[in-house]
Unconditional design. Sequence first.
Length: 252
Amino acid sequence: MDFTGKVVIVTGASSGIGAATAKIFAAHGALVTIVGRNEVRLTEVANICQASKGNRPLCVQVDLVQEGSCETVVNRTVQHFRKIDVLVNCAGKALVTSLFENSMDSFDELVALNLRVPYKLTQLCVPYLTLTKGNVVNVFGNPCKVRPGFLLVSMIREALECFTKSGGWELGCEGVRMNAVQPGLTRTNFLSNFNVDADHMETAYREIAQSIPNRTINQPEDVAKMILFVASDSNPNLNGSCIVLDGGSSAC
């Protein structure tokens, strides 16, 4: 898969799946805009990207939920690279929440980053993606089982699935595709969102792996390979699809 000369925006690129995605696109010749909040980690990712093919990524250090940040990402990308071919919406987070909470803070926080940001970025990128006949890849978790604490996470994932399918339908008439990659548990800092400390992380991974039919947990690079494939021209008729990468756990 050759992305030489193609311009790819990757959000959440300072760590985890986003970082792995930025690296693999760069290794396949893409010109990458990497977006994240941590300047040090963004620089580290940029150095690795540049070492693979010699192309220095554009680093955009922003908090995407802040007003005007999405516009900054798109405007700087177009100013620097002159076009946009692929948008990878990879920034997101999860929290344990409850209807018994007396605050909407968690709701507002998760909806702002996980729903509003990808919608806004896509909206801003559409004029440029229409010109390049590009595509959008949304990255969010595999379908959740109904369980206490995951109500809001489940709601958001369902909404993103609908966004992907409806977006693919709406944009398809302009030659723009939208798909999603839904990874299961991946070796990132995800479990720290659920108060699992570093000393117990490996034990938690082993225990969770036993509930997965394949008995395996994704590496960030595994997910990045699928994102690369979905964004490529290998399957031009792939549109409005949500590809689950969870070892079969959501099928149980």
